[in-house]
Design a protein around this ligand. Structure first.
Ligand code: PXP
Length: 237
C-alpha cells in the first residue's frame, strides 16, 4: 500500500505565531504515528521559522518508524543532519522569503554539491531523497548524483487552474514515476496535496509514499490530529 508521511511543520508555525511552548510538534507527531502514518517529516529551515533544532532532537527520540528531515544543502544544516541521523533526509531548495518550498531542487545545476551531500549521508547511513520537479532531466541528474529516492513535486498538479492543465500535470507525474522506477529509483510525491486532490495521485502505481503537511494540520484543527491522519490514510487506500 502507498505510504503516508505527515509533515508537522505547521504545528510549530502555530506555536511560533505567539512564540509560546504549545502546540508541541512532537506531541502531534506521536498522534500521527498512533493514527497509522508511516513517517514523520519536518523541515529545519535555515531561518528556523517553525521547526527548531530542539524539536528535531526530540523528534529523533520518539519517532521509531521513520524520521524524514527536510533540508537545504547548507553546510551547517548538513552538519546537524549528520549528528541527528534521521532515517531519511530530503534535500529541497530553500529561499528565505518564500511562503513554502516553491519548486524542485535543480539537480543539474547543483549536481556536484548534491553528490557530495549524498556521499556524506551514505556514510552516516542516512538515505537521501531529492525533491524535484517531474522532469526527465532532473530524474536523470538525480540518478547520476547517486540518489536512491526522489520525491516528485506535485505543486504544479495541485495548483492547476483548469481541468486540462490538471490532467496534463497528472500525466507528467505518471510518466515521471514510470521513468524513475525504470532507473531503479524509489519514488515519493508531495506538496499541495489535500483531501480533495489526493485521490488521483494515490491511484498512480509505483509511488512509495505521499508526504502531506498543510492540509492535514489544517484538518486537525477541526477534527483532531488522529482523525485528520486516519481520514487521509482512508483516501489514499
Ligand atoms: N514534500 C516536500 C519536500 C515539501 O517541501 C513539503 C512542504 O513542506 C511537502 C512535501 C508538504 O507540502 P504540503 O504542506 O503542501 O502538504
Amino acid at each position: 500500500m502507498m505510504k503516508l508521511g505527515v509533515n508537522i511543520d505547521h504545528v510549530a508555525t502555530v506555536r511560533e505565531a505567539r512564540m509560546s511552548t504549545y502546540p508541541d510538534p512532537v506531541e502531534a507527531a506521536m498522534d500521527c504515528i498512533d493514527a497509522g502514518c508511516d513517517s514523520i517529516v519536518c523541515h529545519l529551515r535555515e531561518d528556523r521559522r517553525h521547526i527548531k533544532d530542539d524539536d528535531v532532537w526530540r523528534l529523533r527520540e520518539v519517532v521509531k518508524t521513520r524520521l524524514n528531515l527536510e533540508m537545504s544543502i547548507a553546510k551547517d544544516i548538513v552538519e546537524i543532519a549528520c549528528k541527528v541521523r534521521p532515517e531519511q533526509a530530503t534535500l529541497v531548495p530553500e529561499k528565505r522569503r518564500e511562503l513554502t518550498t516553491e519548486g524542485g531542487l535543480d539537480v543539474v545545476k547543483y549536481s556536484g554539491k548534491i553528490a557530495e551531500v549524498i556521499k556524506k549521508f551514505n556514510e552516516k547511513k542516512i538515505e537521501t531523497s531529492l525533491f524535484i520537479n517531474p522532469s526527465k532531466i532532473q530524474i536523470d541528474a538525480s540518478k547520476k548524483a547517486g540518489a536512491s529516492i526522489i520525491e516528485l513535486h506535485t505543486g504544479g498538479y495541485a495548483d492547476a487552474r483548469t481541468e486540462q492543465a490538471r490532467l496534463k500535470e497528472l500525466d507528467k507525474i505518471k510518466r515521471s514515476v514510470e521513468y524513475a522506477i525504470s532507473l531503479g529509483l524509489e519514488v515519493n510525491a508531495g506538496h499541495g496535496l489535500n483531501y480533495a486532490n489526493v485521490g488521483d495521485v494515490a491511484m498512480i502505481k509505483g509511488i512509495n509514499e505521499l508526504n502531506i503537511g498543510h492540509s492535514i494540520i489544517a484538518r486537525a484543527v477541526i477534527v483532531g490530529m488522529c482523525q485528520a491522519v486516519e481520514e487521509m490514510i482512508g483516501l489514499i487506500e
